[in-house]
Design a protein around this ligand. Structure first.
Ligand SMILES: NC(=O)c1ccc[n+]([C@@H]2O[C@H](COP(=O)([O-])OP(=O)(O)OC[C@H]3O[C@@H](n4cnc5c(N)ncnc54)[C@H](O)[C@@H]3O)[C@@H](O)[C@H]2O)c1
Ligand SMILES: [Zn+2]
Ligand SMILES: [Zn+2]
Length: 363
């Protein structure tokens, strides 16, 4: 059986997204069909629309989602119909070199559904990050579904599927923040605010939020930042030193994707401190520095992919913390919108007005 649903499609580079009829096949081996309940609007969706990821148009956008499993392929045992799940873009294979060495968060062979979702005329769609959840139903690999406590709000916990997990994990896993650490987070959008929340959860004593936009600094404070630095007023590095007894922060997290900010985050560390790079640079960005600074500063430089998370390990744990009131995922939801509101939400995101707009479906 083929399911006929509505979905948000980017048909051509730079063109506004449109609502289209999407045909979703029943799940085959290793696949799951998910009735999407909520899906956040992320910069990566906009990058797809702008042709910044690849040219495999048309794209079915949306990837920060939660929903209910409707059907599974014949061999699937990890989830069953009725399960409330958060979708992820890293279904680890268990067999590649990284998985075999016990580092599955680096899995190099993550998988997606093998069957294609299509437009009504049969044109195959490329689902964003192998998910495609700005649609009433989507087809994914069963391993992309992580069952979590069904009492959680879909629009809040779906955000764990990408940017919020990237920020939380950058602090908790990549940065290995621990009790008493001082932390500086550069850039306080959805990812940076999540890094602030993650730093607090991990026991940081001081969390300094750095952003150009005072609205973002206010939000960062609500997520637990203890100090704020307006990046446009003076040198953020000096301010961070002053706030940390002259030393610099134990862990600096770059959550912008900007060479100048990366340099600031490098410099604002204490000796032997850790720099976590979670912002995604464009190919033209460069950093040039004397090697002696690199050596002399010591410590660790760690890019963070998806927060080094393991969805099966981390999503249920983070949802539990959310339900206990220790992780305020609701605060990331700036607004809820209908499926046909994605194009407008892109503009609000570009103007910096929201942490996350979240599409809510089927209720
Ligand atoms: N590594 C990963 O797995 C991963 C996953 C998701 C997103 N990301 C990346 O994380 C980055 C942040 O994503 P987001 O959704 O939070 O974006 P965002 O645009 O919402 O946030 C970026 C923030 O940086 C601030 N900023 C811009 N220039 C600055 C400067 N010079 N100094 C200080 N602050 C500055 C902006 O005001 C904004 O608040 C992006 O590069 C995104 O692609 C990485
Ligand atoms: Zn693997
Ligand atoms: Zn995303």
């Amino acid at each position: 059986m083929v399911h006929e649903v509505r979905g948000v499609v980017a048909k051509a580079k730079g063109a506004p997204v449109t609502l289209e009829t999407v045909l979703v096949p029943d799940p085959g081996p290793g696949e799951a069909l998910v009735a999407v309940q909520a899906c956040g609007v992320c910069h990566t969706d906009l990058h797809y629309r702008e042709g910044g990821i690849n040219d495999d148009f048309p794209f079915l956008l949306g990837h920060e989602a939660a929903g209910v499993v409707e059907a599974v392929g014949p061999d699937v045992t990890s989830v069953t119909p009725g399960d409330f799940v958060v979708l992820n873009w890293r279904a680890v294979c268990g067999e590649c070199r990284a998985c075999r060495r016990g580092r599955p968060w680096y899995c190099f062979a993550t998988h997606n559904a093998t069957q294609k979702m299509t437009l009504a005329d049969g044109t195959a769609l490329s689902p964003a990050l192998g998910i495609g959840a700005f649609a009433e139903k989507t087809l994914v690999a069963a391993g992309q579904c992580t069952k979590v406590d069904s009492r959680a709000r879909p629009e809040a916990v779906g955000l764990l599927g990408c940017g919020v997990m990237a920020g939380l994990g950058a602090a908790m896993f990549t940065g290995e923040i621990t009790n008493g650490d001082s932390v500086a987070v550069f850039g306080c959008g959805g990812v940076g605010c999540a890094a602030v929340a993650g730093a607090r959860l991990a026991g940081a004593a001081k969390v300094i939020a750095v952003d150009l936009d005072p609205r973002k600094l206010e939000l960062a404070t609500q997520f637990g930042a203890t100090d704020v630095v307006v990046a446009s007023e003076g040198d953020p590095v000096e301010k961070i030193r002053a706030l940390t007894g002259g030393f610099g922060a134990d862990v600096c997290i770059e959550a912008v994707g900007n060479a100048k900010v990366m340099q600031q985050a490098f410099d604002a560390r204490d000796l032997a401190g850790t720099l976590v790079q979670v912002g995604v640079p464009t190919p033209d960005m460069r950093i040039d520095m004397p090697m002696i600074e690199f050596f002399g500063h010591g410590g660790r430089l760690k890019p963070s992919w998806y927060g080094d998370c393991l969805p099966a390990r981390d999503f249920p744990m983070l949802v539990d913390l959310y339900l206990q009131g220790r992780l305020d995922l609701d605060r990331f939801v700036s607004e809820t919108i209908p499926l046909d509101g994605v194009e407008e939400a892109f503009h609000r995101m570009e103007r910096g007005e929201v942490l996350r707009s979240v599409v809510v479906l089927g209720r």
